[in-house]
Design a protein around this ligand. Structure first.
Ligand code: ZN
Length: 324
């Protein structure tokens, strides 16, 4: 009857799941990530979401075997801290997430990288169950990557899997990281939005921003892109074509280096655009694949929106950490 908590901490939302031994979700909650304040406010919001999800599962957070958090920024599980989470409010320096959350929830806490735990979830329970090696590509605001080799996560010295910053065009478009020509500068939703705005400001027609306003959004979400595509918006189609091309180059180049069995496509845009776009990414990869006679399996992430939270919960079952 052991249950664990999983937290997917994102720049937009905090998704929490209470997960049973077999990976089944028995409770969940979702809250917007605070946009003001600092790390302590964010962690208090996480604790609130955990209480809500635990309540749905008929338990208290202190009944949990532990709580795993998949976090952006620089994650140090030994120290229990997260630093430099750029998308979270006032989160520059290192903040002791473990101590703060353990006090609030009465359960032990383990930390992992957000994209890596989502990759681990697909490996353990999702689309990559039958494979021993995989590359997870999370196509959303940015483009994140996670790697599993010979059944084990590969995080390098701490920063492996940054597939969004694989260079697809030297001297090309400016990336959010400050460098040029990264895959993310073409395929990341934030970069695509910037480009759409510039083109729209120059007088080019598009329904993207109209749909955004009609739906009460302040950003071009994955749903906005999908709707514009459904309406045949030429700008949306062009920018997504460009993104797919960049993804094809970047993922194929990564595959030439790693030769993994499977590539899993997830993330907000990946999940929203679904199988037709997974097929398009596969096609865009083919001309750049060195071993094109034996391409990897390319599949859509199976755990959907909950993959990050489920993956975070696995940090507990796989670790032996126990602190007083
Ligand atoms: Zn970059």
């Amino acid at each position: 009857m052991a249950h664990t908590g999983g937290v997917d901490l994102g720049g937009t939302k905090i998704q929490v799941a209470i997960v049973g031994h077999g990976g089944e979700v028995v409770g969940q909650a979702r809250r917007p990530t605070p946009t003001q304040g600092g790390p302590k406010d964010v962690v208090e919001e996480i604790a609130g979401a955990l209480r809500e999800a635990a309540d749905e599962a008929g338990m208290k957070t202190s009944d949990l075997d532990g709580i795993g958090i998949g976090s952006p920024g620089k994650v140090d599980d030994d120290a229990g801290t997260v630093a430099g989470a750029r998308n979270l409010p006032g989160w520059e320096g290192a903040f002791d997430v473990r101590k703060t959350l353990e006090k609030l929830c009465g359960a032990r806490v383990a930390l992992g990288n957000d994209v890596q735990v989502a990759t681990d979830a697909e490996f353990a329970l999702g689309a990559a169950r039958q494979y021993a090696s995989l590359l997870g590509v999370f196509w959303g605001t940015g483009v994140g990557g996670g790697i599993v080799l010979d059944g084990k996560p590969w995080i390098g010295r701490d920063a492996a899997g940054e597939i969004g910053h694989v260079v697809v065009r030297p001297g090309g478009a400016l990336c959010g990281c400050g460098r040029r020509g990264c895959m993310e500068a073409y395929a990341g939703r934030a970069s695509m939005e910037g480009r759409a705005r510039r083109r729209s400001n120059r007088g080019e027609k598009t329904v993207l921003f109209k749909i955004m306003e009609d739906r009460g959004r302040t950003r071009l979400t994955s749903g906005v892109w999908a709707r514009a595509l459904d309406r045949g918006d030429p700008m949306a189609r062009q920018l997504l074509d460009r993104a797919v091309k960049a993804l094809g180059v970047g993922i194929a180049s990564s595959q030439n280096l790693l030769d993994v069995e499977a590539i899993i496509i997830g993330g907000g845009l990946g999940l929203r655009l679904g199988h037709p776009y997974v097929d398009r990414i596969r096609e865009a990869m083919m001309p750049h694949l060195f071993n094109d006679e034996r391409p990897p399996a390319i599949e859509l992430a199976a755990l959907g929106d909950l993959g990050g939270a489920i993956g975070a919960s696995l940090l507990i079952s796989s670790g032996e950490r126990l602190e007083a």
